[in-house]
Design a protein around this ligand. Structure first.
Ligand code: RM4
Length: 257
């Protein structure tokens, strides 16, 4: 896909960008001209590899460590991003965890940690970013990684599915609050995308085959399948898309019968 330059002059923060979908989003926005903050919780090696890949391709990026579940670290993340790049145009709330856990084995710590990272992290980052964008007065884009799990349950994801539904709902409410500032808020709902979040689960070839066969396109998704949709929502082409969600699942959700 040739570079479009459509994000030249724009600055993006992508959370959880050291691996998986976040990494693909960071690379894509940078390839299209954005200067990118590659946020990671504590994966400096992976994050620096993403930064180097962007720089090797002629782009501009920095890695900033912050646990998005920690409000003080999120404040510091955006402080450092702003002092380095002097502006903020795009926030991609991608950071998320999903340890697959049996309901009856679910502990309070596991439950709270998934809520803290996925939902609270999206709240902390969205509030920081929207304040910056509001004060900048030039609009902005907030794109959050919800999930097909916002729409359906998951027997080993009882802690995770409510956070993805909450993220989708938060974007709908923020679309109302931030629309007057020209800041759009939208969700992307990935289906089954093969990344480190579920790699162990799919090491079982029977599980991989079963899930792939349920998808009309016959394969799990790839991080790049999501990155292109995020780039659309971040672009001027999506200037009037606000409070929306885009399901990116190869047809999995509709394949009931
Ligand atoms: C998604 C969906 C996928 C799963 C990931 C972790 O919402 O449920 O199947 O692999 O979560």
């Amino acid at each position: 896909m040739p570079e479009t330059g459509r994000f030249t002059g724009k600055v993006a923060v992508v959370t959880g960008a050291s691996r998986g979908i976040g990494r693909a989003v960071a690379l894509r926005l940078a390839r299209d001209g954005a200067r990118v903050v590659v946020n990671h919780p504590d994966e400096a090696t992976f994050a620096e590899q993403v930064v180097q890949a962007i720089r090797d391709n002629g782009g501009d990026a920095i890695a900033i460590s912050a646990d998005v579940s920690n409000a003080a670290q999120v404040h510091a993340l955006f402080d450092e991003a702003l002092s380095y790049y002097q502006r903020l145009d795009i926030l991609v709330n991608n950071a998320g965890i999903c340890p697959f856990v049996d309901w009856f084995e679910m502990t309070e710590d596991i439950w709270r940690r998934v809520q803290d990272v996925n939902l609270n992290g999206t709240f902390f980052c969205s509030q920081e970013a929207s304040r910056i964008m509001r004060d900048q007065g030039q609009g902005g884009r907030i794109i959050s990684m919800s999930s097909i799990s916002a729409l359906v349950g998951g027997s080993f994801q009882t802690h995770y599915t409510p956070t993805k539904a909450g993220i989708r709902s938060l974007m709908q409410s923020l679309a109302i609050v931030l629309g007057p500032y020209g800041i759009t808020c939208n969700s992307v709902l990935p289906g089954s995308i093969l990344t480190d979040i579920n790699r162990a689960y799919y090491e079982n070839p029977d599980q991989l085959e079963k899930d792939s066969q349920r998808i009309p396109m016959g394969r799990l998704g790839k991080p790049d399948d999501i990155a292109g949709v995020v780039a659309f929502l971040a672009s001027d082409d999506a200037a009037y898309v606000n409070g929306a969600d885009i399901l990116v699942d190869g047809g999995l959700f509709v394949n009931l019968q």
